[in-house]
Design a protein around this ligand. Sequence first.
Ligand code: ADP
Length: 291
Amino acid sequence: MARATSSVRHHDDMPRTRRKATRRLGDELRVKPGTRVRLADVDPAETYGRTQETADDELAADLARLTDFQERLWAEHRHKVLVVLQGIDAAGKGGTLEHVMGAFNPLGCPVHAFKVPTEQELAHDYLWRVHARTPGTGEIAIFDRSHYEDVLVVRVLGLVPEERWRKRYDQINAFEQLLAVEGTTILKFFLYIDRDEQRERFQARLADPDKRWKFRMGDLDTRKQWDDYIAAYEDVLSRCSPEQAPWFVIPANKKWFRNLAVAQILADKLTDLDPRYPPPDEEIPPDLVVD
Ligand code: ADP
């Protein structure tokens, strides 16, 4: 496959009117270290100058880059990439996996869904099950939920005493720093929808016989604790977004924008890593003919 060229262009090359629409979404959406995030200030329907029509082409190009660079990354066997997906129920983790990560070859891209811990997992510290699933060289590991549940649901439901979960932000930062220093590239996406959008998505699930299975009565209890989850997310985003393991707050009311944003941020990062196919084995004569 022909090498995709980076579509990153310098702002100075562009006419003034196009600047807003073409600013890289990663720059717009990354939580800068030390920022106190207030989700009330984020519009979950924001599209940063994109329209659904213009986004289609941009998304197709980003997905093509994802396919190309993931194959190189797998072949090169040098980089390790960890992608964390978090969001309130119905925020679109599943849709993102399908529409964005669908560009990857599953061989090099394990997806791990973190559920209520098993008895064996609970018998260990909360990072035990997570560390075991971090990516090896050549892999892009995708976490559908993650160790952040241990300061989200665990905090909101009071599953461990506050004095324990309070210490976890620093522990998580130290854990991710260890991964980063040892060569793992980390990207974390918080898919942000508002309460009205969640109601509509729940209602749509209930109305569609093929989607009803996704709905659980417990989802309504979680919905009642909306404000507590938002507060817990704000602490996660504000306290755990260092340079080497950033959070991106993805406005996710519009599914097409959510897909575009995640695809573009991932593709830009893989472009930066610049993975290359390894040279052929020196033992292979250049003019070898297979008969
Ligand atoms: P999803 O909602 O991600 O599609 P499920 O409906 O199976 O999948 O939900 C997984 C559940 O596991 C969520 O309610 C989540 O809060 C819970 N969970 C994940 N990690 C933990 C944890 N460390 N402690 C308690 N509950 C957890």
